[in-house]
Design a protein. Sequence first.
Length: 276
Amino acid sequence: MQLAFTKMHGLGNDFVVIDAISQQVEFTQQQLRFIADRRFGIGCDQILLVESPRDAATDFHYRIFNPDGSEVEQCGNGARCFAHFVRDKGLSTKNEIPVGTAAGRIQLKHLPDGMVQVNMGQPQLSPAKIPFRAERQAATYDLEVGGERLTIAAVSMGNPHVVIQVDSVAQAPVQRLGPLIERHARFPNRVNAGFMEIVNPDHIKLRVFERGTGETLACGTGACAAVVAGRIQGLLNPQVRVGLPGGDLVVEWREESEPVLMSGPAATVFEGRIEL
């Protein structure tokens, strides 16, 4: 099978985007791992599939696969790439695009400056909905990891996140603690681990160790989760600039009953075909 693809990135978080509407696509886990391999395949943090809608309230369906072949619920940087892809390929001419995901519906909006704003929906803070094993909902929790007791926030943005406040992201033990947090027994579906440095109430720095991928240059849902975590602890203002290794996102969350809005860039790198 020969497959057409587009390589894209959002702040260095890179994706192989595949049109599964105009070409027939059905992957094995081995094929997904091959596509994501940076030496033998194309190479990416995640593979995105653009599919036909599954309900009348959306224009498309969006699926996300990690380099290990596992499917995940949501990806904010990927969603921005998705919006550019469907416009560039002539699949949509709309400025606002409703898209279905495994985590529910999201709304993508093309902004006049070329950025894309993603309505990520309301965050989930209930432990059962994250999912996270805890007796009750709280702003922070204690978590035993690698012989240390960490203070964490736990948030779902359609996928589960831990957020840990650190003095310096440059010195944060991302590579040591990230894999231990990802597979901690209290997170039955595994979890993404974010390390957040608060510069001021309008600006944070963030590094994220993503489940099934490792540390990436940017993580859109991680940026949203970090702002939510800071807001529920009374540490951040409603609109925050999130500095990631690959660049900046703007995240807005005003009230618990309102959705999280994330704005940032997306870019096409190249197009090609690959034999599977």
